[in-house]
Design a protein around this ligand. Structure first.
Ligand code: GLT
Ligand code: MN
Ligand code: MN
Length: 388
């Protein structure tokens, strides 16, 4: 009997900012009281999460003195030790302070760019001190409202210089840390640079140390752009660049919703879980989501439990998909192959090209082949709806 209980090996994590979200939105004040980082660690342990991620300023206020910082970090570490929670990922807040109103690494102001580097170095030190192995970069303010204001080529160059500087810093310190870049198309800026997984992936290969840099794709961000998230994740996996993942849910074409995982587009969530599980992805499953603004504390806990439970239910559905005789029979029919073109798997050779040139194809036969995709999709839907 599968009770869908989260366990440490599932590597379910939440950010301090996720269950700690107080329900503020652009039109309304907070609807629930702020929890301290220590309280959040205990909440996450209570609901069964494995780890907690953080921005520097989720834990240490931006204006804390070094002594205050050390005191806060010591208390936080004690809470981690009490609960057994780990910190697998850390990141920098480069978007809240008004200094970052025109971006951080891509700001037009060289002082802001330098400050962003300094802040990130300190935040990397903090993350490593807490045990993080992955460091996320979400460039929420790295964009424009008007392209009169910033040259996009300069922005990309500045971003590259910042990443190269910080990769070198990590190497110089001897840290065991990888970077994961998180694209988003817009919000809070009207346009954010390198807006999708594909853009960010191409950028990585222009860096001095591409081997240290991968992706942190987020469901909601590709959905905001109207894209198929599972395909984006597949491309990251194929490139060996899925270093981290932000799970949540989001309708296409809406504001940045960050809903509970699986709350909206259940079929897409199923294919995503199927891809992650079938591919053997062994990284963290981070829920970068928050409860509805209407939630009070008990409902926030229900939200967090719901993210993990839905993931595990979908994982169980994946196993059922693989074990379903009717589905597998259809898949066998769809993928049937007599093997006469297996020689092409060996790639190009003059002989292969000649053999292929000499082959006659009957297009009417190819076009007439029955592809029972309606049947397969209906069976998938019935599986998801719980009648298989
Ligand atoms: C912010 C953003 C997320 C990022 C976080 C990391 S902060 O909530 O919307 O997608 O992952 O900076
Ligand atoms: Mn988001
Ligand atoms: Mn995110």
């Amino acid at each position: 009997m599968n009770d869908f209980q989260p366990l440490p090996h599932h590597k379910f994590t939440f950010g301090l900012w996720t269950v700690g979200n107080v329900g503020r939105d652009p039109f309304g004040h907070p609807t629930r009281p702020a929890l301290s980082p220590v309280e959040i660690v205990h909440l996450l342990a209570e609901v069964g999460a494995y780890g907690v991620n953080l921005h520097d300023n989720d834990l240490v206020p931006i204006d804390a003195t070094p002594a205050e910082r050390d005191h806060i970090v010591a208390n936080f570490k004690a809470a981690l030790a009490d609960t057994g929670m780990v910190v697998p990922m850390a990141t920098t807040n480069l978007f809240s302070d008004p200094a970052f109103k025109d971006g951080a690494f891509t700001s037009n102001d060289a002082r802001v760019r330098a400050y962003a580097l300094q802040k990130t170095m300190r935040s990397i030190d903090l993350g490593v001190e807490l045990g993080a192995k992955v460091y996320v970069f979400w460039g929420g303010r790295e964009g424009t409202e008007s392209d009169s204001t910033k040259n996009p080529l300069d922005a990309i160059k500045r971003m590259r210089e910042a990443m190269n500087f910080l990769c070198a810093y990590v190497r110089d310190q001897g840290y065991d840390l990888k970077f994961a870049l998180e694209p988003k198309p817009n919000e809070p800026r009207s346009h954010i640079y390198m807006p999708t997984v594909g853009h960010m992936l191409a950028f990585i290969y222009t860096l001095d140390h591409p081997e240290m840099v991968g992706l942190n794709p987020e469901v909601a961000h590709e959905h905001m752009a109207g894209l198929n998230f599972t395909h984006a994740v597949a491309q990251a996996l194929d490139a060996g660049k899925l270093f981290h993942i932000d799970l949540n849910d989001q309708l296409f074409g809406r504001y940045d919703q960050d809903f509970r995982f699986g709350a909206e587009m259940i079929k897409q969530a199923f294919y995503l879980v199927k891809l992650l599980e079938d591919s053997g992805y062994d990284g963290n499953r981070h829920f970068d989501a928050h409860a509805y603004r209407t939630s009070t504390l008990e409902d926030v806990k229900a939200f967090a439990r719901g993210c993990m439970r839905t993931y595990l239910i979908l994982k169980d559905k994946v196993a059922r998909f693989h074990a379903d005789a009717d589905i597998q029979a259809l898949l066998a029919q769809i993928h049937a192959d007599k093997g006469e073109f297996d020689y092409l798997k060996g790639g190009y050779s003059a002989e292969h090209a000649q053999q292929l040139s000499a082959t006659a194809f009957d297009l009417s036969v190819l076009g007439a082949r029955n592809l029972p995709y309606e049947q397969l999709d209906q069976l998938t839907i019935e599986l998801l709806l719980g009648v298989r």
